[in-house]
Design a protein around this ligand. Structure first.
Ligand SMILES: [Zn+2]
Ligand SMILES: [Zn+2]
Length: 222
């Protein structure tokens, strides 16, 4: 069983249409996939509306939890709380914030702004996250991402280590932009071991934490 809460489609810079990405995920033994295309404030409404409709179509015909979401990407830090609130109001079930990865000029303060918002579910690729930020994630129940994506994955070991120290919850996401980026159970296990976490901690972040997040989504979790 694979869980993946961060993916991209042709609604932003992904290759596949939303329904084809879900179809490919189903074939890869996914239990749940969130479609989280890039948006700031302007595109929120359009993307969430289309994603919501397509995810409902997939759930009603196929055995996969397709979840409409959004990745707030390069939104000014001062506008993240408002954008996250609007995304939830528009129907996004998972709000991911594009965190301070070391490979892009993400505005400083983005991690903190995301971790202060009760509408944010996942802080993606948080880069060289500080202990203070990880403590905030633990307190506010926001998941920190271990990334399978090239570049973003360079700080996985650091993120896993800090999260373990303060009790913050981790999730693995593909950040897939095409079908070859999708996870498999063996790749997920290997990335888990690669963080340096022990078997119990890997099981928690690959299975227990995703199930906890899914259980927060009435109407999608059955
Ligand atoms: Zn991102
Ligand atoms: Zn992404």
């Amino acid at each position: 069983m694979v869980y993946d809460f961060h993916t991209h489609t042709s609604l932003s810079d992904g290759v596949l249409s939303p329904i084809e990405l879900i179809r490919r995920a189903l074939i890869n033994n996914y239990r749940a996939i969130a479609l989280t295309d890039h948006a700031s404030l302007g595109e929120l409404s359009r993307i969430i509306q289309e994603t919501t409709e397509i995810c409902a179509l997939a759930r009603s015909h196929w055995d996969i939890l397709a979840i409409p979401g959004i990745e707030l990407t390069h939104v000014p830090a001062g506008a993240i709380a408002e954008a996250a609130r609007r995304a939830k109001e528009l129907g996004a079930r998972i709000v991911v914030v594009h965190g301070e990865t070391i490979i892009e000029p993400v505005e400083e303060g983005t991690n903190l702004a995301a971790l202060h918002s009760s509408d944010v579910d996942i802080l993606a690729h948080p880069g060289l996250i500080t202990t203070e930020e990880a403590e905030l994630a633990a307190t506010n129940g926001i998941f920190l991402e271990i990334s399978a994506r090239k570049g973003h994955c360079l700080t996985n070991g650091h993120i896993a280590s800090i999260a373990q120290q303060v009790g913050a919850k981790l999730l693995l996401n593909s950040d897939a932009h095409s079908e070859e980026d999708l996870l498999t159970t063996s790749l997920a296990d290997a990335i888990g071991r690669g963080t340096g976490l022990d078997n119990a901690a890997c099981h928690e972040f690959l299975i227990t934490n995703p199930q906890a997040l899914v259980s927060r989504l009435p109407g999608i979790a059955t």
